[in-house]
Design a protein around this ligand. Sequence first.
Ligand code: FAD
Length: 290
Amino acid sequence: MESSNNENPAISFELFPPKTEKGVEKLKLVVAELNALHPEYFSVTYGAGGSTQDRTFATVDWLREQGIDTAPHLSCIGTDKDEILDILKRYHEQGIHRIVALRGDLPSGSGLGGLGELNYANELVALIREHFNEDFHIEVAAYPEFHPQAESAQADLDNFKRKVESGAHGAITQYFYNADAYWRFCDDCRQRGITIPIVPGIMPITNYSSLARFSDACGAEIPRWIRKRLESYGDDLDSIQAFGADVVTSLCRQLLEGGAPGLHFYTMNQSDSVLQISSALGLSNGAPAS
Ligand code: FAD
């Protein structure tokens, strides 16, 4: 096994709050398996406008009870400041010290009214820093292939800089399958004086149709050669997963060898692919094999 140039990459895992009892039981198994890789933390997504608030709290509470470092996501769109501050106070009292601060996207047809008091993630970051100073380590989102609503690449980079200047400590990227987009984004950031760690978000490939749908919506590009191969496997999930694990392992290896500070896996509450990729990278004990 090749070893990485990055001797000590931080790995972390994103979970979503399950909707059913069966989902909760599955999540517990997945967390037990992934926790054996000694991640830095697990993050838990949050529905914009508070649409999954209670389920996020329940998942965060359970992770905390297990003694696991947890980073709740918090989005600001459609929510007023007092409500956000109440949530932050709750997390603060629980001893949570990391937050993923986002604008969020209001679910279509959610019936939630206006945008709320905070329209962009940089305003949420500023609010957290104003009320909690350095008590929370704040992660924000970064988009190496640019956010779909950004006016231009430059405008998106300017926005990212605004989030950093508002007090973000680190960033997690939207997923991508083209390492050059990440390197170029990091170079542009360095040229703008941005020095916070920018951790690549990694989406394992396990199902072509849902990945394609999701990628179209969030502006993450699946390169044509990958799409074509995945299409050619049809319903053959084993082949999709074997090819996907190969492609994503190779991407992760390039990223770590190039000096990425860590890897943040979008687990989709599944452990198989992440374990396969981590093992191929030699990350099975939380650090690359020498
Ligand atoms: P922002 O940084 O506010 O940017 C949003 C858009 O506005 C960009 O196009 C930006 O260029 C533009 N912009 C920013 N500031 C200004 C300004 N002052 N004037 C004009 N334009 C501006 N969504 C959820 O609902 N729940 C989650 O748990 C969740 N987790 C995520 C985790 C990660 C790591 C990532 C990458 C995304 C996540 N998302 C989540 C999705 C995210 O909420 C969406 O991508 C959302 O559309 C943008 O959120 P943001 O925090 O990047 O927004």
